[in-house]
Design a protein around this ligand. Structure first.
Ligand SMILES: [Zn+2]
Length: 405
């Protein structure tokens, strides 16, 4: 898999960056009031005003050790069910396992954000917390199931949404965040999340709760050998059908079915941009189906045209394994927030990893610090974030990229 060693096969696309806090210089109009014919000397006023930009967060750096160049796990869920899949252990998590996943992430200092928060580099978390993105593919019924009572529709407490809702209520700082790569209503799926007649309502509920809808094509076919027209139909039709029922949805991401990218490199661009039946689609990122936590969006190596995800499976390269290794910077350090989305805090010495052009476009402040105090960065943290570090040593069974997205 060549993309393991070289994740930047494709040049990053231009971002839709908001010029937050851009230091703007505005000329003030001169104060030239006249008083009944008697001309007063104009009061001395500054002719320019420099708008104040972001400042260094006042936090305990030695204790919090913010690292906004660290990696972010994007977890790929499919089924929340009781029957394990022997061929692909990451495909099914039982409700008990899913709850345990959330609890272990929470205990390790993670809080959920939507994928677009990452891609737009607008992660808003308290200082010391690490972002995690939960993604759910295929719009399976066990992700979002409604139980019909006489009077109302109730969320099944054992489906993903039911479990997330209960977890959020028990831990309010764990907000309802997640990105659902859904299949739209079609002659094959019948309905998003399978329950006939309820798909549109469920999609609207997700958006209303602050979660996100992503595109997973229409029929979940391999895009590998499709023509540009076929790729755009598969993706564009899905967008059009979803937006017809949830016009407020902002579909910003797509996940390639089964992790199979078009073979013809010239066709890769249609994953991100295209049109079908006169309607355009424009995404900010494309998700693969394997297998490492993604680089920080502020890092040079962040490539939104192919972002990896990790499997929730137990064992090597699974969720538990990565959480442990991220915390130990083996081989990548984890992203730790400084609490201010307009400042990028990282250990002195890691400057070479930063995408300064993007930072500048966003009007953000670069904040290299010495985690051990003192000037000059006496002991910068470089473990795992060193660009010259060897690639992760991953051997033995279970090393294959996990597919089946
Ligand atoms: Zn899928």
């Amino acid at each position: 898999m060549s993309h393991r060693r070289n994740p930047c096969l494709i040049r990053p696309a231009a971002f839709l960056a908001l010029p937050l806090f851009a230091a703007s210089v505005a000329a003030l109009s001169g104060c030239d009031k006249l008083k009944f014919g008697k001309k007063e000397a104009p009061a001395p006023v500054p002719t320019t005003v420099v708008k104040k930009g972001p400042t260094r967060p006042d936090i305990d750096y030695a204790k919090i050790r913010p690292n906004e160049l660290g990696r972010i796990p994007v977890i790929m869920y499919h089924e929340i069910g009781l029957k394990p899949d022997r061929n692909d252990p990451g495909l099914v998590r039982t409700p008990t396992q899913f709850k345990a996943d959330l609890q272990s992430l929470y205990n390790a200092g993670f809080l959920p954000v939507n994928l677009s928060d990452v891609v737009n580099d607008s992660i808003r978390l308290p200082a010391g917390k690490s972002p995690v993105v939960l993604t759910f593919d295929d719009a399976r019924e066990t992700q979002f199931k409604l139980l019909e009572t006489d009077k109302a529709l109730q969320i099944d407490p054992n489906c993903a949404i039911g479990i997330l809702d209960a977890f959020h209520k028990a831990h309010p700082e764990w907000e309802m965040r997640g990105t659902f790569f859904v299949l739209p209503k079609s002659k094959v799926t019948m309905e998003s999340f399978r329950q006939v007649g309820m798909g549109g309502q469920k999609l609207a509920y997700l958006v209303e709760q602050g979660m996100e809808i992503g595109n997973h094509t229409t029929l979940h076919k391999s895009l590998r050998n499709m023509s540009p027209a076929q790729i755009q139909e598969e993706i564009g039709n899905a967008n059009n059908v979803i937006l017809a029922s949830v016009p407020d949805a902002k579909i910003r991401a797509m996940a390639v079915p089964m992790g199979k990218f078009p073979k013809d490199k010239n066709n890769l661009k249609y994953l991100m941009h295209g049109s079908y039946q006169g309607k355009r689609y424009d995404f900010q990122c494309v998700m693969a189906a394997a297998y490492r936590p993604i680089p920080s969006p502020a890092a040079k190596e962040f490539n939104p045209e192919k972002l990896e995800r990790i499997s929730p499976a137990d064992g090597l390269n699974g969720l538990g394994d990565w959480v442990k290794r991220l915390k130990a910077s083996n081989p990548y350090p984890v992203y730790v927030s400084d609490g201010d989305p307009n400042v990028l805090s990282f250990a002195k010495g890691d400057e070479r990893l930063v995408n300064f052009a993007r930072l500048e476009k966003q009007g953000k402040l670069a904040n290299p610090y010495s985690p051990f105090g003192g000037a000059g960065g006496a002991k910068p943290i470089v473990a795992g974030s060193d660009a010259a570090a060897p690639p992760p040593v991953i051997t033995g069974p279970g090393t294959k990229p996990i597919t089946g997205g």
